[in-house]
Design a protein around this ligand. Structure first.
Ligand SMILES: Cc1ncc(COP(=O)(O)O)c(C=O)c1O
Length: 341
């Protein structure tokens, strides 16, 4: 929803006409926006909900670090302008879901400035890198965004759910959502008093007081403590990656810039789809064992176990245990002859 809100403001502000009144169909040129092929599905869903159509989202190729290819992006923008489209926004990734990769946010901000595009950043969990010494350089440029989405239920350790979006221009933000009605007129005092109503900045009218737990966390813990925990998770991810790399039966499947470790078990003689099926079965057994519940993804056709460490209670022993259990389950599956029938 944070991405949807940010992109709604972007669309309305950059349309060049009263889009709320006349709708997307009134656009002289079709509006298009850009993000890497690694962008989260919630951005795709937002583009669909905004009536732009999925084709409006130009998915740009990534480099070997899973960061957006800047040259390909620049070429796409130029090509679209020449072909009569209206480029209006770039969505940068501050920590992709798959691998925790960061786009070069400063370069994206420069490009957006030069091309007069709205700069939205999806920093669902990666935005919190800004609090941790060893990775805060990755988030450089994030502060130049026109809108920034992040989830306090991810790397701020709060319970579900409290997504957040910051929009640089308060006026643009309010213009996208405020809607008056006879029963919603601000009064000079009383329960309907006060100039700032949350409903003027988002989709919901009735809504829970999610911000309370955020405020309490800031008061009780402060950003210094949260930053130390984020740093701890980053170090733990590096430790897990090192454990994986140290074992010949395991394979690290992507760089680990942040807190996501993608790896798989190398089952003797298995490749392609059979190796994928092997690792999927291994993961399901691991999850069912109750020892650990990593997630999964597919990177360049390879099914991988994906550990994204955002738990302040994770200990080093937990990482050793996960690796031991993966090795044990892998051996069991090999003994069963999985993939050889
Ligand atoms: C990079 C990224 N963006 C957006 C989201 C969507 O967040 P939510 O699940 O809170 O809607 C996620 C995770 O789910 C994510 O990893």
């Amino acid at each position: 929803v944070a991405n949807l809100i940010g992109l709604t403001v972007a669309r309305n502000q950059r349309a060049g006409y009263d889009l709320r009144q006349d709708g997307v169909a009134a656009a002289e040129k079709p509006m298009v926006l850009y993000a890497s092929s690694q962008i989260h599905s919630s951005v795709i869903k937002a583009v669909e909900l905004l009536g732009l159509g999925r084709n409006a989202l130009r998915e740009i190729a990534v480099d070997e670090n899973y960061a957006i290819d800047l040259q390909a992006l620049q070429e796409a923008v130029t090509r679209d302008r020449q072909a009569g489209f209206h480029p209006f926004c770039v969505v940068g990734a501050a920590g992709t879901t798959n691998t925790g990769a960061f786009d070069d946010l400063n370069a994206l901000a420069d490009l957006c400035q030069a091309e007069n595009l709205w700069f939205h950043v999806d920093g669902a969990f990666g935005a919190f890198a800004a609090l941790a010494p060893s990775v805060k350089h990755l988030a450089k440029g994030m502060t130049r965004a026109d809108s920034l989405a992040f989830d306090l239920h991810k790397w701020f350790y709060l319970p579900f759910e409290v997504g957040c979006v910051l929009v640089r221009s308060e006026t643009d933000h309010r213009h996208a959502f405020s809607l008056s009605a006879d029963y919603l007129v601000h009064t000079s005092r009383g329960p309907a008093g006060g100039a700032v109503w949350p409903s003027d900045y988002g989709i919901q009218l009735s809504r829970g007081f999610r911000a309370l737990k955020v405020w309490m966390a800031f008061k009780a813990h402060g950003t210094a403590l949260i930053g130390r925990l984020v740093e701890q998770n980053v170090q733990q991810s590096r430790q897990l990656a090192a454990l994986v790399q140290a074992d010949p039966k395991l394979e690290l499947m992507a760089p680990v810039p942040l807190n996501v470790v993608n790896f798989r078990y190398k089952a003797g003689g298995l490749t392609g789809k059979t190796l994928n099926a092997f690792n999927e079965e291994l993961l399901l057994r691991l999850q069912e064992s109750g020892v650990a519940v990593p997630s999964y993804t597919t990177l360049n056709g390879a099914y991988v176990l994906r550990a994204c460490i955002t738990n302040h209670r994770t200990r080093r022993e937990d990482l050793t245990l996960v690796v031991q259990k993966v090795l044990e389950l892998g051996q069991t599956l090999e003994n069963e002859g999985f993939g050889h029938h």
